[in-house]
Design a protein around this ligand. Structure first.
Ligand SMILES: [Ca+2]
Length: 249
């Protein structure tokens, strides 16, 4: 009886884990520079955008140009201030950008619902538009970070597009990270991006990654409603009763 009960709990746990899945939606473009792809999707009011009350502080390792370009609310196609460029040959990988969320008002942190990344330069080597990075989150009360997901989206590679040393071209990419439950993580007070060097062929020009924008969407984590707390108490009491009734004899 005891053994059967424990196995059932395990199956429920596995089922619930199985219900939650991170979904990455990817797309790329070779449109001309006269129209910046997906510019209408770039947000200036997401959780980590500069100037938003939800962002308490941010830091990033030093890029070749555009240190503030990742969260400035712009995807301008050739502005050095509004895009961030990390170069392989200047030793700028892995590159790390960290965004701390304000918990002075929202003490329980934030529910992260989606993350979007826009990359590419208006005239570039192909791989500057490839996306290889991890997203980690830290939650309220915990100093460390937990891996949320790894993005490895490289639509522009030598096998697909021929020479990786093409000096000019129009290459852009966009990744959206979401969860089929609607929430990627709860109680988050910091989010960290770590970019790794893109794969490239013969070095000619400037191998690296151009990040136009990172958008993080979400809302303050809600305080549990009294009814929910009452239900938790009932469930806990029931569990205690079952344990006493079946296991402690
Ligand atoms: Ca933004």
């Amino acid at each position: 009886m005891k053994k059967l009960f424990l196995i059932s709990l395990t199956l429920i746990g596995l089922t619930q884990v199985g219900l939650s899945a991170i979904v990455q939606t990817t797309q790329y473009s070779t449109d001309s520079w006269s129209s910046t792809p997906w510019s209408s999707r770039v947000s200036s009011s997401d959780l980590i955008n500069a100037g938003q009350s939800t962002l308490s502080s941010s830091s990033a390792t030093t890029p070749n140009f555009g240190a503030g370009g990742m969260n400035d609310g712009s995807s301008s196609f050739y502005n050095f201030d509004q895009n961030t460029f990390y170069r392989v040959d200047e030793g700028q990988f892995p590159a790390v950008a960290t965004y701390d969320l304000d918990t002075s008002i929202n003490a329980l942190g934030y529910d992260i619902t989606s993350v979007e990344s826009f990359m590419g330069w208006w005239e570039n080597m192909l791989h500057q538009a490839n996306q290889t990075y991890t997203v980690e989150v830290s939650t309220v009360g915990n100093a460390g970070y937990t891996l949320l997901t790894t993005v490895d989206y490289t639509p522009f590679d030598a096998n697909t597009y021929g020479s990786n040393t093409e000096p000019y071209g129009y290459h852009y990419s966009h990744v959206e990270i979401a969860d089929n439950t609607g929430i990627l993580a709860s109680g988050v007070d910091s989010i960290r991006f770590t970019f790794s060097a893109p794969e490239y062929g013969v070095i000619s020009g400037a191998p690296g990654t151009v990040i136009r924008e990172l958008d993080v969407y979400g809302a303050p984590t809600a305080v549990p409603e009294p009814a929910s707390i009452a239900m938790l108490c009932v469930v806990s009491a029931l569990g205690f009763f079952i344990r006493r009734r079946f296991f402690d004899k």
